[in-house]
Design a protein around this ligand. Sequence first.
Ligand code: ZN
Length: 214
Amino acid sequence: MIFIFGEKIRTRSESVGDKPCAVCQSTRAFTEQHESLWFCLFGLPIAPIEKTAAYWRCEHCLTAYHCNDSSQPSHITVLKQLIVYLLMGYHQEDHPAVASEICLKISGFEISETEFQQIMAGIARGDMEMVEAVRHLAPVVNAVGKQQVLEAVFLTTYICCDLEYEDRLRINLIGNALGVGLEFVEYAISQTRKQNYYGVRRLRFAADGVRQDF
Ligand SMILES: [Zn+2]
């Protein structure tokens, strides 16, 4: 007899009543989502292996929030940090307005000048290990948030450079830390292209090494 083993993600959803949604800017029905990995035999879930995610979700826009906190979608803090981190990495840290534009167009949330400076100071102090931060985010976010994070990472990279192998590898690494496959990363990138890079202008270095926009 041949046994076919496998794993499957199962989701359990419970209503938690009406909550204010920061994205809809209105009170909406919310649910608590519990995702767990199950051991399967012949495609049938037999036993739970581990809890993979738990978060609140607005049933109107499907945005994920930390449980018991609907003040800000769960992925926004890390998304902002990633944009600033990448701009710093490409020596484009004097463009806080561009960071805010990327964040606003992809997530609907702005990065204030003060926030930008605070994030930069945190990164410079070595307080933030970005891949680790993304790994911690993975269990409290859903596909909507993961796509926004990957779109922001790709768009920030795209406006800073012509993507080389290591730039693309960094994006894949963020996808891996989020717990998604390469197909999902590709999908997020294709959506950014489809949106014409959200109309964000590219930043470039001039041939003489002087930073300039064009
Ligand atoms: Zn909503």
